[in-house]
Design a protein around this ligand. Sequence first.
Ligand code: UTP
Length: 295
Amino acid sequence: MVDKRKVRKAVFPVAGLGTRFLPATKAVPKEMLTVVDKPVLQYVVDEALDAGIEHLIFVTGRGKGLIEDYFDIQVELEQTLRERNKTAELTLLESILPEAGSTSFTRQQAPLGLGHAVWCARELVGEEPFALLLPDMIMRGEKGCLKGMVELYEQSGGNVIAVEECDPDQAHKYGIVGVGDKVGEGFKVTQMVEKPAKGTAPSNFFINGRYILQPEIFPILATQERGAGNEIQLTDGMLKLSEAQEFAAYHFKGSTYDCGSKDGFILANVAFALARADIRPTVEKQLAELLNAAK
Ligand code: UTP
């Protein structure tokens, strides 16, 4: 019998060091870097809320206090906006404020890996399925990625991971899944391989940073040895869990930007700016000029 309990909680692991983005991340968490006019993390939180998530769990670390402040009221700022009749700005701030009691924060004292960060959320998640969103991956698509995953989960139950297609020559850089029978907008996962050796990947579907997991992942992560990079790896835990439970893959149709890398972050800014009616005209024109000048 597959488990189809509602997915109410989402975990955002934001305790990583962000070494690929130094020196910016020396003082600013990479999740708070801005894409156009919003922190990267706001895009991911919006995706979760759009998918029906009710409770946001952040696994933070030292130097990440800004994240907690961001989800709180900024009394002085709001007072000043009120005095200056800046109603639109006030409304904007109110619209992004999570409902009181709908956020939780816990600490990962040392960045021992993504698997360990997820394990740190075990008490806050409890005995129910949960969504996990890697907060440096932001997505653009017709339908929110997690929303599509929840729809698939309502049919498949069990565990769901989101996948996208990559250039087969690049499959060795990613976590790749094997393709089984079709389910909804996806398929059953037959295998998962982290960074397969060139030419050995079972498909070109890579895991893009969104998961719906059953709570049985926690006892597995609790006893897990360190894996690649001497870190406690989530993929190793999922592999173990897949021995006992089903995994389905949701085929996300859209684009994912890895904002933890410099090129992904810059591309995200360009893509999201071009998607904005208020910004596109000027950005498009000047981008074309820059590209011409660089030829
Ligand atoms: P990454 O490997 O992309 O993040 O982990 P990182 O370690 O911060 O980045 P680099 O490689 O040093 O530049 C994916 C997500 O998991 C979180 C990160 O914050 C990121 O959002 N993470 C990773 C943790 O919360 N704890 C960890 O120990 C590792």
